[in-house]
Ligand binder design. Structure first.
Ligand code: PGA
Length: 259
């Protein structure tokens, strides 16, 4: 029998905060989040990982990267491998974010390769899926999610899922202030969980953390996080403000305690 998964709130700083600014924001976050009734991770740019990790020592906040290359090492100019991240004590990595898919040529296949690389290195992966506005309006959201999940988890076994988190991020809600309604987010996250049951088994589906991401903020977090199939959030803009991020962490702690 499986129990409801522990919530995760992850901040995606995107291309914001070089080492000095990152250190300052991390210090504010450390002061604002002294205890958490959920897992918490912050994902700064690669060059700020070390500074942020140093600040979070002794804090419940873990550190993640926003991407990784799937090979361990080699002639891949400008890339960072999962093994290198693991070597510096990084715990999480975001994979297949829609900005990487739309702007940097990432495909379902490359996400799958990166996931295997991250698993080999022992990182916890936050695998992002989600539809564009056009896809939602033309009624292909579930088909699109199915394709993204099938490809990402091709060759993955149920035992890998203790290191896999899925983030449902509708592209139209990211950075737009146009959050999905609780009902829209819940429906998509429930569909994702059902599809994981189909691909693997019911226990794996019940235990996997499915996050919502897309304009989640201190005001709408409690509603989204109280949905039965949402186990946390991937937060962009609001993760750059310590008080807002701390409020979301608190909302997740309360929602997890009430579930
Ligand atoms: P947002 O970004 O919270 O700014 O919409 C979320 C994300 O891109 O992960």
């Amino acid at each position: 029998m499986s129990t409801k998964p522990r919530f995760l709130i992850a901040g995606n700083w995107k291309m914001n905060k070089g080492p000095n600014d990152a250190k300052a924001l991390a210090s504010e976050l450390k002061a604002a989040v002294t205890k958490a009734n959920c897992d918490v991770a912050v994902c700064p740019p690669f060059i700020s990982l070390q500074a942020v990790s140093a600040v979070f020592e002794g804090s419940p906040i873990e550190v993640g990267a926003q991407n990784c290359h799937f090979e361990k090492s080699g002639a891949f100019t400008g890339e960072i491998s999962a093994a290198m991240l693991s070597d510096m004590g990084i715990k999480y990595v975001i994979l297949g974010h829609s900005e990487r898919r739309a702007m940097f040529g990432e495909t379902n296949e490359s996400v799958s390769l990166r996931l295997k690389g991250a698993l080999t290195a022992g990182l916890k992966s936050i695998v992002c899926v989600g539809e564009t506005l056009e896809e939602r309006q033309s009624g292909v959201t579930e088909k699109l999610l199915t394709e993204q999940l099938d490809a990402a988890f091709n060759g993955i076994v149920p035992g890998d899922f203790d290191k896999i988190v899925i983030a449902y991020e509708p592209v139209w809600a990211i950075g737009t202030g146009q959050t999905a309604t609780d009902e829209q987010a819940e429906a998509a996250c429930a569909f994702i969980r059902k599809h994981i049951a189909k691909l693997f088994d019911a226990d794996t589906a019940a235990a996997v953390r499915v996050l919502y991401g897309g304009s989640m903020n201190a005001g709408n977090a409690a509603g989204l996080l109280s949905c039965p199939n949402i186990n946390g959030g991937l937060i962009g803009g609001a993760s750059l403000k310590a008080a807002d991020f701390a409020a979301i962490v608190e909302a997740a702690g309360n929602a997890g305690a009430n579930s």
